[in-house]
Design a protein around this ligand. Sequence first.
Ligand SMILES: *Cc1c(COP(=O)(O)O)cnc(C)c1O
Length: 428
Amino acid sequence: MKYYSTRDKSKSHPFNLADAAFAGLAPDGGLFMPERIPVVDMARVETEAAKSYADMACYLAGLLFDDVPAADLERVVRDAYDFPIELHHIAENYSTLELFHGPTYAFKDFGARFMGRMVGLLNNGGPLTILTATSGDTGSAVAHGFYDVEGVRVVILYPEGKVSPLQEAQMTTLGKNIYPLGVKGNFDDCQRLVKAMFCNEELRSQVRITSANSINLLRWIPQSFYYFYGYCAWKSTTGRDMPVVVVPSGNYGNLTAGMLARSMGLPIKGFVAASNANDVVPKFLLTEKYYPRASVRTLANAMDVGDPSNFERMMALCGGDVAALKGAVKGFSCSDDEILAAINEIYERYDYLSDPHSAVGYLASKHYGVDGFWLSTAHAAKFSEVTKAATMQDAPLPDKLSAMLDKQRSFEPMEAEDGALVDYLRRL
Ligand SMILES: *Cc1c(COP(=O)(O)O)cnc(C)c1O
């Protein structure tokens, strides 16, 4: 399988998997896509899913990464997916696929853990440093995704004192190959420093650095697998077919991975793009006009994106046919007040604590009377302030998270100056 940029319309610049993965973004500014969409055997998917998530994922990964030896791919998949995934039936006609039972209690574990292990496998040029800036959540998913992967080190820059105690604990208590740097500045300083390193040719000739951002195809493609699993679980427990899947969305990696699954032959009726006040995609689905904007801050802040990168993948997957896209994807957006009221309603009616992102999924499901399920993208305890404001209840912290809060934190303080980071990376 070769991989092409969304902007390479004539398909004249093929990339192999390793080159596409280490580049992240294509050199022309587009996003990588597989050259062809493989067709699945749904009977096989259902048989494998009945065994385990990992068994099903091995089959699907084999179709999309057919140049990787099957035994290697199987090791990657089984190691990445050693945590539960559950379709939870909250009430009659309200079901959600809980994607938050991984090490960082958010769905990004599905992409980050797969990517970490694949990079370890594909890297054959000596030690590789993953350099990433974070305002909190991405850093922990990447750190856990690459934790203990041989030949790879992760350097995470975060604004010291400006992330939540839980986020800090998730980045600074791992040790081993994870190197957190507490930058004396804000998130913009962290991003500026990382950019400066990628532009520093002299440094790059001495230290191999790469990024692990969310548009990387090694994070994107494996997110299509849980749509298959959710479908199988939904069909076997409800006896119904052709569900609609509601996806709480920000940068649209998650939803476009679902579109990829559907293109591969997964029989789902369509999607709802469930957004907060950042509603450029729902607006596009109504008006056919795409107006990117600065993002606005909301309670579901992992979805605060004003110009979603994966919009290009969305257009590529419908072959530029906007009418077909509108047939398959409906839009929804809501305010912070509606999110709070929804968290409260889910708790009062169904005795279930929801995080603010997943609550947007519930609202969209209710709005459209969806016959299907929504994706729950984070554990309520990760956004306990919001959940508590809505319900007056403390979301119980999972044991693994509370243990992490008690662990010794260790990080290197860093001035927000290019020179300091260059020195650090040379010494590492
Ligand atoms: C990243 C994230 C989202 C948004 O996912 P996209 O793929 O960017 O659309 C939703 N919820 C949570 C909790 C997230 O971390």
